[in-house]
Design a protein around this ligand. Structure first.
Ligand SMILES: NC(=O)c1ccc[n+]([C@@H]2O[C@H](COP(=O)([O-])OP(=O)(O)OC[C@H]3O[C@@H](n4cnc5c(N)ncnc54)[C@H](OP(=O)(O)O)[C@@H]3O)[C@@H](O)[C@H]2O)c1
Length: 260
């Protein structure tokens, strides 16, 4: 009788271990990348430049996490071989939820791409709510996302952070004015990139700020002179060629440095 009880107990213990292992394996499968290829996380990946970044990196064999404010409506992104995650860069709770869902996962490359562009040409036209919103999305968004995902980036091999800026954020190149709010948001993003580069340089990070050119997207409009394919191919080449010794620099998609 005692032997039978011992056998039942041993079988039960073995089953418990097996079930625990399987449960662990399941959890791991949910959050693990599909391959040991590098991982890129792109914000605002449901349309425009973010979508094209996702398309090109996925085609190149990277693990791609593309974020969208409303994933259920991100049909073009969902049709790619990528993971789609919810993210509103101006909402701290949303940023925290993303970071929690990615806990422990290495990210090699973060592309802070999401942005907005209200067109305000004269100071009398400035609307302070719109101005604040522009700073909240274009400047504070990348700060929030970078801070939240820093543990993941520290685990990544490439340790690269790319902020998608604009030539309109260059103080040196501002020779015609206009675009209140947007210019300031991107100039501040450029300064954030430089400051971050100074702090994270000793850890081997590469922090870059890149102007995509004038591109045919909802933001750039039909008259723009570049296709998303051309802009993203150019920016990917810039990202590919630069490393830690280039950290804290400002580039154009064309491979030229931009004056601050
Ligand atoms: N196109 C150009 O000529 C040009 C030139 C210079 C710089 N840029 C910069 O390039 C980046 C991408 O621009 P684009 O031309 O692709 O613009 P776009 O076509 O207007 O797309 C903007 C993307 O940002 C997302 N987004 C906006 N607010 C967000 C928020 N609060 N949280 C998360 N995502 C948000 C949008 O998501 P929803 O669909 O949910 O709105 C969308 O995915 C921007 O940073 C822009 O400033 C573009």
């Amino acid at each position: 009788m005692r032997t039978t009880i011992r056998i039942i107990a041993a079988v039960a213990a073995a089953l418990a271990v097996l079930c625990g292992t399987l449960a662990h394996a399941d959890n791991h499968a949910d959050s693990a990348p599909a391959t040991d290829a590098p991982t890129v996380l792109i914000t605002g990946a449901n349309r425009g430049l973010g979508l094209e970044f996702a398309r090109q990196y996925a085609a190149d064999g990277w693990n791609v996490v593309g974020t969208a404010r409303v994933p259920e409506q991100a049909d073009e992104l969902s049709a790619l071989s990528v993971e789609v995650a919810q993210l509103d860069v101006a909402d701290q709770a949303s940023v925290d939820a993303l970071a929690k869902s990615l806990e422990g996962r290495p990210i090699d490359l973060l592309i802070n791409n999401a942005g907005i562009f209200p067109r305000v040409n004269k100071i009398e036209e400035v609307n302070f709510d719109d101005y604040s919103r522009t700073i909240a999305v274009n400047t504070l968004g990348p700060v929030r996302v970078t801070r939240a995902l820093l543990p993941n980036l520290r685990r990544g091999e490439k340790k690269t952070i790319v902020n998608i800026t604009s030539r309109l954020g260059s103080i040196g190149l501002n020779d015609f004015g206009a675009f209140y709010g947007y210019r300031e948001s991107k100039a501040a993003l450029n300064m954030f990139t430089k400051t971050l580069a100074m702090e994270l340089g000793p850890e081997g990070f590469t922090c870059l700020t890149i102007h995509p050119g004038w591109v045919k997207t909802d933001m750039g409009g039909e008259n723009a002179n570049l296709t998303p394919e051309e802009s993203i191919s150019g920016m990917r080449a810039v990202i590919q060629k630069l490393g830690p010794s280039d950290t804290g620099t400002y580039w154009s998609y064309s491979g030229d440095e931009v004056p601050w």
